[in-house]
Design a protein around this ligand. Structure first.
Ligand code: GLC
Length: 428
């Protein structure tokens, strides 16, 4: 936390403290269940995509169950796709019929969701697609499902992106006025240049201004194509990558959040077999926080309105780890200057309590060498059960070549039965 010099416009302190959120990608693409970009990938026309709208009926949808699962996983905020690139709206917008209330399901999905998550104490965020593959005024471009269709291309002459932008702004106004305090806005995404779209198409400056005016405390992501504009974004959003270090702008560390999937796609994908293990996901969270970032981990609910078992299993696994190790995540960031992570470890640090957490990825035999920690630690324990880890004077190992400022901890032979064991160090 101490490492943030860049001053974002929105209220970021809670967010940096909380570190861990749930992303939810939900829309008509849950029905084909083969990636949220299916309309684009398979170049599906509006007419052929219509069947998903006509069969959208998530009869098992109960956002209280979702909110409980997120809370139990240790997540502190959630971000829901109010509209994804396909253009389908999850709320009862007055500007379109292409919305949940006009499907067989017939009800607004957003209000009960926001309410359920808030009731569990989570902050609320909206992901809103700048792209719209359904709106008639949205000109076909290089990422559009109809990109290779000359007739659809020809219709661009009659399309007016300005009218689409007005629709986009009107809908955002609805979203930011009908659901109380919204803490995050995740606009997605810009691809300026030839046959693309960017700030002039979305009227990004005005969208940004309106967003901040309607919700002054809101945090806004970095995909409006305003990276070079002061106040044009609050945090960077590296997607499905693990960074080596905290991102900087002009040498200054900035707020960041990595968004990640369980299996590769964001929408529900029935047949994907590339699911990450609980161990990998826990490491992903640790690794991110050790570099001063947040993790937004995604679930793609099914078309019946449920988190499927694979997702529930991962969430429960993370929750189990978080219950014992949340202290090493919440309120934590990267280690202060001068502290190096030992081999096979990551460090997180809580500046308020002055405690350092050593996340041990590969359990060593008996001995953990902490170079540079000598004389700086008052007490050491395993976090999962608060059992003491005796500190061995470096002098005992000195004749084997251990540097003098090394702190040596005596670990149990058996690795504690947790995904990643954590050593809690009370610094002097
Ligand atoms: C992307 C994708 C998308 C996903 C997302 C999450 O750019 O287009 O399907 O919603 O970002 O970050």
């Amino acid at each position: 936390m101490a490492d943030i010099v860049f001053e974002p416009k929105g209220d970021w302190k809670w967010w940096v403290h909380d570190r861990f959120g749930l992303f939810i990608h939900w829309g008509l693409y849950a029905l084909p269940a083969r990636h949220e970009w299916v309309k684009n990938r398979e170049r599906i026309s509006d007419e052929d995509y219509r069947k998903y709208f006509e069969h959208f009926d998530p009869d098992l949808y109960d956002p209280k169950v979702w909110a409980q699962a997120a809370k139990d996983a240790g997540m502190k905020y959630f971000v829901i796709t109010t509209k994804h690139h396909e253009g389908f709206c999850l709320w009862d917008s007055q500007y379109t019929d292409y919305k949940a209330t006009s499907t067989p399901y017939g009800k607004d999905l957003i209000a009960p969701m926001v309410e359920a998550f808030r009731a569990e104490g989570l902050h609320a965020g909206f992901y809103h697609s700048l792209i719209d593959w359904h709106h008639p005024e949205f000109p076909v471009d290089r990422v559009h499902p109809m990109r290779d269709n000359p007739e659809e291309r020809a219709k661009n002459a009659q399309r007016d992106v300005g009218k689409y932008a007005a629709y986009l702004h009107n809908q955002v106004r609805e979203l930011l006025t009908h659901y109380g305090k919204i803490d995050l806005m995740f606009y997605d995404f810009s691809y300026p240049g030839e046959d693309g779209k960017g700030r002039d198409d979305w009227n990004s400056l005005e969208l940004m201004r309106m967003t901040r005016e309607l919700q002054p405390q809101i945090l806004i992501d970095d995909r409006l194509d305003l990276l070079d504009v002061p106040g044009g974004w609050d945090y960077r959003t590296p997607e499905q990558v693990m960074l080596r270090e905290q991102p900087t702008v002009d040498g200054v560390p900035v707020l960041w959040e990595t968004c990640q999937t369980f299996s590769g796609s964001w929408g529900y994908h029935r047949d994907e077999s590339s699911w990450k293990s609980i161990d990998q996901l826990v490491r992903m969270l640790i690794d991110t926080v050790s570099k001063g970032g947040n993790l937004l981990l995604n679930v793609g609910p099914t078309a019946r309105g449920e988190f499927d078992e694979r997702a529930m299993d991962r969430l429960a696994g993370m929750g189990k780890w978080m219950k014992a190790h949340g202290r090493a995540i919440y309120g934590c960031g990267s280690a202060p200057e001068g502290f190096q992570a030992p081999q096979d470890c990551r460090l997180t640090y809580n500046a308020e309590t002055n405690r350092m957490y050593v996340h041990v990825y590969a359990w060593p035999f008996r001995t953990l060498h902490l170079d540079g920690f000598g004389g700086k630690v008052e007490y050491a324990q395993l976090l999962n059960d608060a059992s003491e880890l005796p500190m061995v004077g470096a002098e005992r190992l000195a004749h084997w070549g251990a540097p003098e400022d090394t702190l040596v901890l005596n670990l149990p032979v058996q690795k504690p039965d947790v995904a990643v064991p954590v050593v809690e160090l009370f610094l002097k």
